[in-house]
Design a protein around this ligand. Sequence first.
Ligand code: AMP
Ligand code: GLY
Length: 421
Amino acid sequence: MNILVLGGGGREHTFAWKLIQSPLCEELHVAPGNAGTAKIAHNAALDIMDFKEVEAYVHEHMIDLMIVGPEAPLCAGITDYFEEHVPTLMVVGPKKDGAQLEGSKAFAKSFMNQYNIPTAGYLEVTSDNLDEGVKYLKSNPGPYVLKADGLAAGKGVLILKDQATAITELKSMLSGKFGDASKTVVIEEFLDGLEFSVFVLTDGQYYILLPEAKDYKRIGEGDTGLNTGGMGAVSPVPFVDQEMITKVRDRVILPTLSGLQDRQIDYKGFIFFGLIRVDNEPFVIEYNCRMGDPETEVVLPRVKNDFAKLCTALFEQDLYEIGLEKDERTAATVMTVSAGYPGSYEKGKQISIDEAKTSDSLVFHAGTKIDENQVVTNGGRVIAVTSLDTDHHKAIAKSMLSIKSIDFEGKYFRGDIGFDL
Ligand code: AMP
Ligand code: GLY
C-alpha cells in the first residue's frame, strides 16, 4: 500500500515513523514533510491546501491511503474533494461537516448543548447581539473567556481577568481582530481545573480509544507567558484514572459519536477531546478534528498496534475487532523551539544532532528542513524529543539528557515539563 501523510510537523514525523514499521506500508510519502521525514519517506513539496495539486500527486504515486495531519485542509474540505474526485482513496480525516467540531466553536458548543455533553456555559455573540454579549460579561464574575468562532492559528482564545478589558476585546474581536474568524465570538464561563486530552480514531460508529495525554502550552516555565502550539507532553496522565476515563467515555465520547450519527455526519478520522477536570468531572474545553501536536509524539510511541492497519480499518469495517495494544510505560516529549517563538524568530539555523547520545530517545523533527545537505531550522517548534520509561520523572529526565546533544543557535526548551504531576 502507498501512503501519503499531509503536514510537516512533529505529528507528521511521528506518523511517518510509526507507518514505516508496518508491513502494509510499501511507499511512504509526506507532503511537505521536514528533514526528519526526508530520512524515512519521500518528501513532496506540495501545497496541501491546493487539492488539485495533491490529487495529481496521488495519481502519479498511486496512493491508497492519505492521512491528513493538520486541521486547515480538513476544515477546507479536502476529504469531500477526494470523495468526489478519487473515491477509491482512503482519507483519514473528517469531511467539512465533521471538521466543524474544530472549525467553528459556535458549532461545537451548540452540538454539545444538544447532546448534553458537559462543557462550560456560553453565549454566541455577533455584532447583532453585542448588547447581550456585554450584559453577559457584566453579569459574570470573571475571568472572561472569549473565543473566536473560526480557526485563528491557536491564537483565537483570550482569557481576561478585567471586565472592562473583556468588553473592549469583545468589540475588537467582532470588528475583525482575528479577521472573519472572530465575526462570531463565543463567550464562555471560566472553568478552573486540570486539563488533559483524550483521542479516538473512529469510523463514525466504532472507535479505538488511544492513550490520553497532557500538553504544556505556555512558553515559560511554571506555565507562564504566551500560548504556543505546545512545548511538551506526557502520557499517561497520573491524575486520569480508570474512573475518569469511564466518565469521559460515557459522558463525552459516546454522546459525541451518537450526535454525529444523529446529524448524519459521516466521520472517519481522529477526534481530539480537550478536557478539563472540575470537581472530578470531565468538561469539554474544545474538540479538534485531528491528532494533537506534540500529543502525537507521546501517544503513538505508546501504541503497539500496526498504525497503517488501524487507519485502513476505518474503511474495512473491522475497527470493532481491533483492541488497542498499549505500552504501559510513560512517554514524555520535550519540544525545542527557536529563540523568540511564539513571537517572531529566525529560520535557517544549522542543527547538529549527536545520534549516539540521543539514541535513548526518539527524535521527532518539527520545523526543520534540509538545505544544501544541512539540517536547518524552519519553524518555531524545531525538534521534539520523546523518551519512554517506567515513570514520567525518568522519561522526562531521559529527554532532557538527549536534548543536550541537539544544538542550534537560539535553542530554547522548557526544563519543567511534568512539573505539576
Ligand atoms: P481552546 O482553543 O478552546 O482549547 O482554548 C485554549 C486554552 O484556553 C485551553 O487549552 C484552556 O487552557 C483555556 N480555556 C479555554 N476555554 C476555557 C474555559 N472555559 N475555562 C478555562 N480555560 C479555558
Ligand atoms: N497541542 C495542542 C494541539 O495540537 O492543538
